[in-house]
Every structure is written in structure tokens, then in C-alpha cells.
Design a protein around this ligand. Structure first.
Ligand SMILES: [Zn+2]
Length: 335
């Protein structure tokens, strides 16, 4: 009789628990985010020479998230623009659910995990297990008009000793499976079999646009499958660092995914990549002029995948400079 009562009480308690406790022997599959060096669309494939998606852009309006590059006239700001890319090379999908109270404009974000290989995947915020420090909000700018995840990646310009010179404007992202990573064949849990839960999730994430034109939703699902990556082109809003007042010199351009480590991963050692650059203002000037009429030349000295320190005294020479890079116009993707 006592035992029956306890069982009944447990059943009631379990019914109240929102997050199911891990059952014995259950294996939660963690993602592993890998940061590509700046400028690598479709991720880093082993050749820094292919990472040429960056440039120097002078804009008239320093407040514009994505101003048109100009060559003359009143220069409001000089921007170092670059593409950023993050792969998931882990054991399970990166899966995040945003959820908000209807009275709040900000969503809390929880991380969900696949339970074992080809096992079940949480389908909602209520089923997700891990609270994160990330948030989501609706971005009404014309280029976006969808829900953005905050705090996913950071960009900084640093001195060779590691001092921060410039930090990115806080930027938001809409995560999805945007490309296949080059070494996905090495990943045992990369999505392959169409009969699996992770394949169905990947189908969703390939099309994910984060509730476009729907500020009324209270829940949004985003993520990156194992063997996929997500990239943000250099010509998208806020894909730049403001170098208007940065003196001539050598710097590290550092890109870090999940910099506050609020997302659970198997490995945080590959979350930063960097490139050493030199900035040189015209006329060999040590500092930018009071009135800017021409951009500085930015040269790539070295690319350092998987490292946040790149600039050293030895062995650095200009490999490609901003005045040599020519971009071919192409269709823009925005997320
Ligand atoms: Zn967006």
C-alpha cells in the first residue's frame, strides 16, 4: 500500500517536472562548434588563400549597419568587413529553442540535445534541457525581418599582446545548415541516413529562416547539424569592425564562436580563429588623418585557424592586401 502511494506521488511529481531528468545510460550528444578564420565562405577548407571574403569599406554614415562603400565624399567611417563561418563537427546537433512570454519582446534560449545516435531530439523549448545565457529578439531591419539569436559569435581587433582595440557591434544571427563542412566524411555522426531524426532536423535547418516576418511567434527553433556550418557574408549588417581611428600597425583579427561558453560543446579549444593583419594609412602615416579621404591598406600577414593569437614577429609578410582584392558581385543571402 505504502509503495503504491509513493509510486503515485512520484507519477504526479514527474508529471510536474518540465525538463525530463536523464535516464540511466542515456547519452546526450553534444555539438562541437569550430570557428573558421575570418573571410572563409563555406568554412575553412585548409587553404588560407581561399579566405578572401574581406575588404576595407569607407561609408558615409557611421551609424548604418551596412552602408554602401564609397570612394569619395564625406567619409563617416572606415570598416574592415569580413565573412564569418562556424562548423558543427561534434557528436550531435547544435539545437536552440527561443521562447518568450507573450508580454515580453525577448526570448529566453534553451539548448536541447539528441539522446544517443539516431535517438530522439527535443522538439520544443519545454523539452529542451539546458538554459543558456543567450537571448533572441525580432529584428525588423528590412534585410532581416526575423528572429535573431544574440551572443553566438564575437569579433575583435587585438594588439599582438592580446589587448582589445575594437570590438564588434552586438550582432544577431539566424542559425541554420547553410553549407556542408569539407571534412564531414571524417565525422562519425554527420547526418547521412534519411530515416533518422537528425536527418529530419537537418531538412528543417536547411530552410530555417527564423520565423520570417512574424514578430508574434512565442517560440523559435535554430541550430546547426553535425557536418554542416553557417556563414555570414562580409556584406551583411554589422559584419565589420570599425577601424576609423585605429593607428597603423600589426593586429590580430579574432573571431570567436560561443565566446561566453554558455552553449555546451565537446571541445572549446577550437572556438577561436584569427588572422594577423597590418593596417597602413596613406603616406606611411602612423595615425589616421583628421579628415579621411583614402582608406588604409590592410594586408593579410598570416592565417591561424583554431588559434586566437596569430601575430608574431617571425615569418610574417603581406600575402594579400585590401587594394588587391576584387570581389565579384553575387546574389546576397541574409540571415
Ligand atoms: Zn537576420
Amino acid at each position: 500500500m505504502g509503495r503504491t502511494w509513493i509510486a503515485g506521488a512520484l507519477a504526479v511529481l514527474v508529471g510536474m517536472v518540465v525538463i525530463p531528468p536523464a535516464t540511466a545510460g542515456e547519452q546526450l550528444l553534444l555539438p562541437d562548434l569550430r570557428q573558421a578564420p575570418p573571410g572563409c565562405p563555406g568554412g575553412y577548407l585548409g587553404d588560407p588563400g581561399q579566405c578572401r571574403d574581406w575588404d576595407v569599406c569607407m561609408v558615409a554614415d557611421a551609424a548604418a549597419p551596412n552602408g554602401e562603400c564609397v570612394r569619395s565624399g564625406s567619409i563617416g567611417a572606415v570598416r574592415l568587413r569580413f565573412t564569418t563561418a562556424e562548423d558543427n563537427i561534434g557528436d550531435g546537433p547544435l539545437l536552440l529553442f527561443g521562447h518568450r512570454d507573450p508580454n515580453s519582446s525577448t526570448m529566453y534560449v534553451k539548448q536541447g540535445f539528441q539522446s544517443g545516435r539516431h535517438g530522439p531530439i527535443p522538439g520544443s523549448y519545454a523539452e529542451a534541457r539546458q538554459q543558456t545565457q543567450n537571448s533572441m529578439y525580432y529584428e525588423p531591419a528590412p534585410m532581416h525581418q526575423h528572429w535573431h539569436l544574440m551572443g553566438f559569435e564575437r569579433m575583435q581587433l587585438r594588439t599582438p599582446r592580446g589587448g582589445t582595440v575594437v570590438t564588434d557591434r552586438k550582432n544577431g544571427f539566424c542559425l541554420g545548415d547553410r553549407y556542408g563542412v569539407g571534412d564531414a566524411y571524417k565525422l562519425p555522426n554527420a547526418v547521412r541516413d534519411s530515416s533518422t531524426p537528425e536527418y529530419r532536423l537537418s531538412t528543417y535547418l536547411q530552410e530555417n529562416m527564423c520565423a520570417p516576418k512574424d514578430p508574434s511567434v512565442t517560440e523559435v527553433k535554430v541550430g546547426i547539424s553535425v557536418g554542416s556550418g553557417d556563414d555570414y557574408q562580409y556584406d551583411v549588417d554589422f559584419q565589420w569592425l570599425d577601424i576609423t581611428r585605429v593607428p597603423s600597425g600589426t593586429y590580430d583579427l579574432v573571431n570567436t564562436v560561443n565566446s561566453n561558453r554558455t552553449l555546451h560543446e565537446t571541445d572549446y579549444g577550437n572556438n577561436s580563429s584569427s588572422m594577423a593583419i597590418s593596417i597602413q594609412w596613406p603616406g606611411r602615416a602612423a595615425n589616421p588623418p583628421a579628415v579621411i579621404t583614402a582608406p588604409p591598406v590592410v594586408s593579410l600577414l598570416r592565417s591561424c585557424p583554431g588559434q586566437e593569437h596569430c601575430a608574431t614577429k617571425a615569418g610574417m609578410r603581406p600575402r594579400v592586401s585590401s587594394d588587391q582584392i576584387e570581389h565579384t558581385p553575387r546574389h546576397q543571402r541574409h540571415h
